[in-house]
Ligand binder design. Structure first.
Ligand SMILES: NC(=O)c1ccc[n+]([C@@H]2O[C@H](COP(=O)([O-])OP(=O)(O)OC[C@H]3O[C@@H](n4cnc5c(N)ncnc54)[C@H](O)[C@@H]3O)[C@@H](O)[C@H]2O)c1
Length: 337
């Protein structure tokens, strides 16, 4: 085993929970999760896994130091973040607090304990991509939302710790993930659950934004490949390596759920909405990794999971906090169409 004891921050969230499951499958049995359990974190995502979960904030230096010392941690994988662009437009400060300052605290503990640090970043740090370019890890960062700006800031801090202190770091920049346990605010589970409830699907603008929809299992195996075989100080993109429009994503979703196109409503676009993301994944593929799902297959698999797991999502849909968010984000937009 490349690592003996792993701290996964944000392990009760969507990708973190899938990654913890992969670690256990691959025989990494000493895994500890640190998660603040924000609205997006759910203990159910790790139900039955037998993994110790510490409920706390990555910004709490004493707590992080204590967990690392008590568990002999030799690798921190940082998934913990505020992750939704629309939330970052409504309430940006918490994004700086967790995504930038929180990451900085983890880096400080990793430096103090001389342990490996892996940071989970996003293709959104490259900003909107023109023409037929596929973002390379060496491209300039041009984030355009408070979310992506906070993620880019964290990437730069991680790189600075590699250069300045010689910390053993790696970064992965994943594209739009879909799959089991994704919180309902994100577009695929939101539209899948709306469709199952015969509610309208509020599509931002013309719906021709291009996204590399990646199955979460491909993202997780990509991260593990970087942990086991990647070069220290390097950054690796992770994605299906091809993109589709949001309208194409919707077609797959409606077909999988056997729901009509008449549910589609084009509503006012998101402010500063990036038109296209696209990553080159050649650098990761050179480590022997390959995505198993094309974007349409990934979306179909995700929609099927929500279809088969109503007891997972129904309580969230019915919660007053989700309904308050949904109304704030979409009620006015839907009124005017
Ligand atoms: N979802 C995507 O499509 C995508 C794509 C690329 C990269 N990423 C990145 O992957 C990571 C995980 O994303 P996700 O979609 O699983 O997010 P998520 O919102 O589902 O989960 C985030 C988790 O972090 C926890 N958290 C938030 N603030 C915390 C804090 N201060 N301290 C401790 N825990 C905290 C939450 O409780 C939650 O469990 C993030 O860093 C995100 O930027 C996501």
């Amino acid at each position: 085993m490349a690592f003996s004891s792993i701290l996964v921050t944000g392990g009760c969230g969507f990708i973190g929970a899938n990654f913890v499951r992969l670690l256990l499958e691959r025989g990494y049995n000493n895994v500890v999760v640190l998660d603040k359990l924000t609205y997006a974190g759910r203990l159910e995502n790790l139900a039955g896994m037998g993994v110790p979960i510490v409920v706390g904030d990555i910004g709490n230096l004493e707590l992080v130091r204590h967990i690392v010392e008590m568990n002999g941690i030799d690798l921190i994988v940082n998934f913990a973040a505020e992750t939704h662009v629309d939330q970052s437009i409504l309430n940006p400060f918490v994004f700086t607090e967790t995504n930038v300052r929180g990451t900085h605290v983890l880096l400080e503990v990793a430096r103090e304990k001389k342990i490996r640090f892996h940071h989970i970043s996003t293709d959104e740090v490259y900003g909107t991509i023109e023409g037929d370019h596929h973002s390379l890890e060496t491209d300039i960062l041009a984030p355009r939302s408070p979310y992506s700006a906070s993620k880019a800031a964290a990437d730069l801090l991680v790189q600075s710790y590699f250069v300045t202190y010689g910390l053993q770091t790696t970064i992965t920049r994943g594209s739009n993930n879909v799959g089991a346990y994704q919180f309902l605010e994100k577009v695929v589970p939101l539209f899948a659950t709306n469709a199952m409830l015969d509610l309208p699907l509020p599509v931002y603008g013309d719906g021709l934004q291009m996204r590399d929809y990646t199955h979460v299992s491909d993202h997780c195996t990509g991260i593990l490949a970087v942990l086991e075989k990647g070069s220290i100080g390097e950054i690796y993109n992770v994605g299906a390596g091809q993109e589709i429009t949001n309208m194409a994503m919707l077609e797959v979703l409606l077909e999988t759920l056997n729901k009509p196109r008449s549910l589609i409503r084009h509503v006012t676009d998101r402010a500063g909405h990036d038109r296209r993301y696209s990553v080159s994944v050649k650098k990761l593929e050179a480590l022997g990794w390959k995505a198993q799902y094309a974007p349409k297959e990934a979306v179909a698999a995700a929609a099927k999971w929500y279809l088969e797991n109503p007891t997972y999502w129904q309580p969230v849909r019915e919660s007053s906090s989700f309904q308050a968010y949904y109304n704030r984000q979409y009620a006015k937009r839907l009124e005017t169409v």
